[in-house]
Design a protein around this ligand. Sequence first.
Ligand SMILES: NC(=O)c1ccc[n+]([C@@H]2O[C@H](COP(=O)([O-])OP(=O)(O)OC[C@H]3O[C@@H](n4cnc5c(N)ncnc54)[C@H](OP(=O)(O)O)[C@@H]3O)[C@@H](O)[C@H]2O)c1
Length: 396
Amino acid sequence: MKLFLTGITGYLGGYIADRALAGGAQVTALVRAPDAARARARLWRALELHRSAEELAELFAAGRLRAVLGDITRPRLGLSPALYERVVAEHDAVVHAAASLNRRSPRACFEVNLRGGLELLQLVRRIHARGGLRRFVHVSTTAVAGRLRGAVVREDEAVAWDRSDFDPYGRTKKFAEHLVRELLPDAPAIVVRPSTVLGDSRFPETTQFDMVRAFVGLARLPVLPFPPEARQDIVPADFVADAIAALLRAEAPAHRIYHLSAGTASPSFRQITDRLARDLGRRRPLYLPRAGRSCARAVSLLAGVRTSPLRRVRAGAALMDAFWPYLEWDVVFDNARIVAETGLRPASFLDTCAPLYWFAVEGGFRYPHRALPAALVQVPVLYADEAALAAAEASR
Ligand SMILES: NC(=O)c1ccc[n+]([C@@H]2O[C@H](COP(=O)([O-])OP(=O)(O)OC[C@H]3O[C@@H](n4cnc5c(N)ncnc54)[C@H](OP(=O)(O)O)[C@@H]3O)[C@@H](O)[C@H]2O)c1
C-alpha cells in the first residue's frame, strides 16, 4: 500500500504512520516545513515515541517513509503541478488526520478543517478518478454529535443538522464529514470518529499534554462539580491507530463510518476517581453536581479574561471551558462496529489513568524530546526532489 498521510506531526498522526509502517505500507507524509532539514527534524519529533533513530534511518533509506513539503490550505496542497500529479499517480490510499483543534478560533477551524479539507478531498477525487483508490480514511471526531445528554450514540445517529454544536471545531468537523459524503459518494471512503484520546495502553509516555493537563487538574480537585455517574468516553491513542490500520488493510469494510470509542464500557467519573484514589493514595473527591452550572459560567468568564496577570488562570480556564460539555453530559459512542469488524477493543482508561498522571506530573507536562540523532542527519527524507521536477517541467 502506498499511503498519503496528512497530520503526521500531530499527536495521532505519528501513531497512524507508525502502525501503517508496521503493516508494510509505504508512507508519504505531508509536512509543513520550509526545507528537508526542518522536515527531518519534525518527523523525528513526531516518531521518536514510536521508533528508534536506527529504525527510522532504515525506513528513510529504503524510501518507506518520505515527506512532501506542503500545506493543505494552499492550492494543490502547496505542491508544484508536477509533484501533485506524481502524488496522484503513485498513491492508492489516503489518511487525512490534519486538522485544527483550536476550539476557540472559528477562523483556524474553517481554514484547516473546511478549506484545507476540501483541497485534500480534491486530491482523493483525482486518485479515485484514475481508478487507483484502495481506501480513504477521513479522521473525524465524536464531537460532530454536538450537544447531547445522557446518550449512547450510534454512528448513524451522531450527525443531526438541527442539533447545536459544541464549538467551531465540532461544527467544521461535522461539515467536513458532509463534504466527504457529498464529494466521494462512490469511493472507498471511510469516516472514523475517535472519542477523547488520552495516553497509550502500552506505556505511560505521551507527547500531547493539552487534555492531560485538564485531566490532571481535575484529578487534583477535592470537589468536582459534575454528576459522579457521568461516563467519560476515553480511548488510548494506540487503539485508534490500530483500528485505522486495520480499516486500511480490510478488503471490504462493512460500513462507511466507525466510532473509535469506548462506548458502553466507558467508566464513570466516580469509577475514575476511585481508581485514582486507590493508585495515587489520595482522598476521594466530593461530588457537587448542583454547582455545575455556576462553575461552568465562572470558567467561561475566566476563559475570556484578557489581562496579563491572569494569563495562566485564563489558559487553564480556556482548556476547561472547551472540555466542560464532554465531562458533564454523560454521552458515549457505541463501538460495536469496530469491535465486531476488527476484534480490537480499547483498553479501559481505568487502567491507564494513574500511569499517565505520574508521567505528566513528574515530567512537568513535557515529553523529553531528544535532539536529531546522528543516524538521521544525512538520510534523504523528501518524496521528490523539487528542483528535478521543476527542471523536468520546464523542459516539456
Ligand atoms: N486528539 C484527540 O483527542 C482527538 C479526538 C478525536 C478526533 N481527533 C482527530 O484526530 C485528528 C488528529 O488530531 P491530533 O490530536 O493528532 O491533532 P494535533 O496534534 O493538533 O495535530 C494536527 C495535525 O494537523 C496538521 N495541520 C494543521 N494545519 C495544517 C495545514 N494547514 N496543512 C497541513 N497540516 C496541517 C498539524 O501540522 P503542524 O504540526 O504543522 O501544525 C498536525 O500535524 C484530527 O482530525 C482530530 O480532529 C483527535
